[in-house]
Ligand binder design. Structure first.
Ligand code: ADP
Length: 270
């Protein structure tokens, strides 16, 4: 038996996945904190506990995400672009485009027919096309971000949100509330605005089917539908696998490959 793990320290949440012989057996998700090293240890311990494994049984750990350098117990770190691609292809071998919408950045990853990275585009300078935008709007609307998506399917035309900047969009939303506009109409406008940003980003690198979506925002059914409308394509799913842990899963699968390959001369990747 070879057990390995991936730990993804994101800007908003930290994730850990444990694989045994290359098969995922447990995962954990925890809010990121101002102490990424401690959060990494906590989320790793939780996933190991769920897998029923002692840390001594883990042959290799790969860290990823913006805080990957802070995963003190990792054997090496790998970029989240590689890890999201790896995790997505494992779950859906026909995936060619991976749209990862996280808390602070959005990435569009193009894969070649062998599942390897061909190109990518990243938006990390502006909150407008990310989970942070939705988190801020949910706060203004006094609802939970987890409940936002279902409102997309309620009746009513979407409001037009004109501000591209999330700070100005927040003022726009507050004005709409004061004007008595129904919540679902505002939510639809917001989700379409986010989807518009992400779809322009995706078009810049080019879209190829199958298109899959990863990251915490993939759990928002309204975002999925709005993106499908903007992209004119169906977003494929991963069955029961939580899309938020796909990066950590990719890291764990790479960790497994490193463990099987053994120490590589010069530290090359398998
Ligand atoms: P990162 O890796 O950058 O920390 P994640 O991929 O974990 O980010 O995504 C975090 C975002 O996911 C949050 O900002 C939030 O908007 C969104 N999110 C998390 N859980 C849910 C959920 N159950 N429903 C809708 N959105 C969610």
């Amino acid at each position: 038996m070879i057990a390995a793990a991936g730990v993804d320290i994101g800007s908003t949440t930290s994730k850990a996945v444990v694989v045994v012989d290359g098969v995922p057996v447990a995962h954990a998700i925890s809010a990121s904190s101002t102490n990424p090293a401690r959060t990494a240890q906590q989320v790793y311990d939780e996933a190991l506990g769920l897998a029923g494994l002692d840390p001594s049984r883990i042959a290799h750990v790969v860290g990823t995400g913006y805080g990957r350098a802070r995963v003190a117990f990792a054997d090496r770190d790998v970029s989240e672009i590689t890890c999201h691609g790896r995790g997505a292809v494992f779950l859906r071998p026909s995936a060619r485009t991976v749209i990862d919408i996280g808390g602070q950045d959005t990435k569009v990853i193009c894969l070649d027919p062998t599942g390897h990275l061909a190109d990518f585009a990243m938006n990390d300078k502006c909150a407008a096309g990310t989970g942070r935008f939705l988190d801020a709007m949910a706060r203004s609307l006094d609802i939970r971000v987890e409940n936002m998506g279902d409102l997309y399917f309620e009746p009513g035309d979407p409001c037009r949100i004109t501000s591209m900047c999330s700070v100005f969009a927040e003022s726009e939303v507050i004005n709409l509330i004061h004007d008595g506009i129904a919540l679902p109409r505002i939510i639809k406008g917001l989700l379409l605005s986010l989807a518009g940003r992400v779809s322009s980003q995706a078009r810049r690198v080019g879209l190829e089917d199958d298109v899959v979506i990863t990251g915490g925002v993939a759990k928002n059914p309204g975002v999925r539908r709005a993106l499908e409308e903007k992209l004119g394509t169906t977003l494929r799913g991963f069955g029961d696998t939580d899309p938020q842990v796909v990066g950590a899963l990719g890291a764990a699968l790479l960790a497994h490959e490193f463990a099987v390959a053994g120490p590589a001369p010069g530290g090359g990747q398998p």
